[in-house]
Design a binder for this molecule. Structure first.
Ligand SMILES: Cc1cn([C@H]2C[C@H](O)[C@@H](COP(=O)(O)OP(=O)(O)O[C@H]3O[C@@H](C)C(=O)[C@@H](O)[C@H]3O)O2)c(=O)[nH]c1=O
Length: 189
């Protein structure tokens, strides 16, 4: 497992090893021991699968507020996405900054998104399947969203047309300037 830091503390790119042979390949996509050996001691309690039929679908930017904040470990089981984390931990050195990583079935990469980051992705291929582990259960009362295309965040989603296929929640999500972040920077993780 290759584990790389990004420009945002706690946001990491994980690339599991693949063992190729004549049948295809084998890969450990998650191991509590491997992550713990790398200093990542997150207890995941829920696995999610989302399937997006069309390339150019955007889901995000989402978060769950404390006490149900979620860290997420995201990968692409089929197709490809541009996966984004935005640091919204008050007083963090990278508050308001974003990181985007191409995750695909082909490259096997995963993005670790810690608590205190907004998360979202744009699909690059039709029929894309995204699988992610979460460190807390779904808590609809704590569920929130920030506009994916907020000009203050300035995320370059790489969408060909500039348009996106969105849920109603994401189409009407508030601006970043109106977002009263419930997260506080507690030092590097
Ligand atoms: C996220 C979630 C949704 N649901 C339900 C609620 C709703 O009826 C339906 C669809 O929910 P959403 O529209 O919120 O799904 P989606 O827009 O795919 O939301 C997800 O987006 C990505 C970017 C994330 O980071 C996730 O944490 C989650 O917020 O599924 C659950 O039952 N459990 C869950 O954990």
């Amino acid at each position: 497992m290759q584990i790389e830091d990004t420009t945002i503390p706690g946001v990491k790119v994980l690339t599991p090893r693949r063992f190729d042979d004549s049948r295809g390949f084998f890969s450990e996509t998650w191991s509590a021991r491997t992550l713990s050996d790398a200093g990542i001691d997150i207890v995941f309690v829920q696995d999610n699968l989302s399937v997006s039929e069309t390339a150019g679908t955007v889901r995000g930017l989402h978060y769950q507020s404390p006490p149900h904040a979620q860290a997420k470990l995201v990968r692409c089981a089929r197709g490809a996405i541009f996966d984004v984390a935005v640091d919204v931990r008050r007083c963090a050195p990278t508050y308001g900054q974003w990181v985007g990583v191409d995750l695909s079935f082909e490259n096997g990469r995963q993005l670790l998104v810690p608590e205190g980051c907004l998360h979202g992705f744009a699909t690059r291929l039709p029929g894309t399947e995204v699988v992610y582990k979460c460190s807390d259960f779904y808590a609809p009362d704590c569920d929130g969203a920030v506009a994916w295309n907020d000009p203050d965040l300035g995320i370059d989603w790489g969408l060909a047309s500039g348009d996106a296929i969105l849920s109603e929640k994401d189409r009407t999500a508030p601006a970043f300037a109106a977002f009263d972040s419930p997260f506080v920077w507690e030092g590097a993780v």
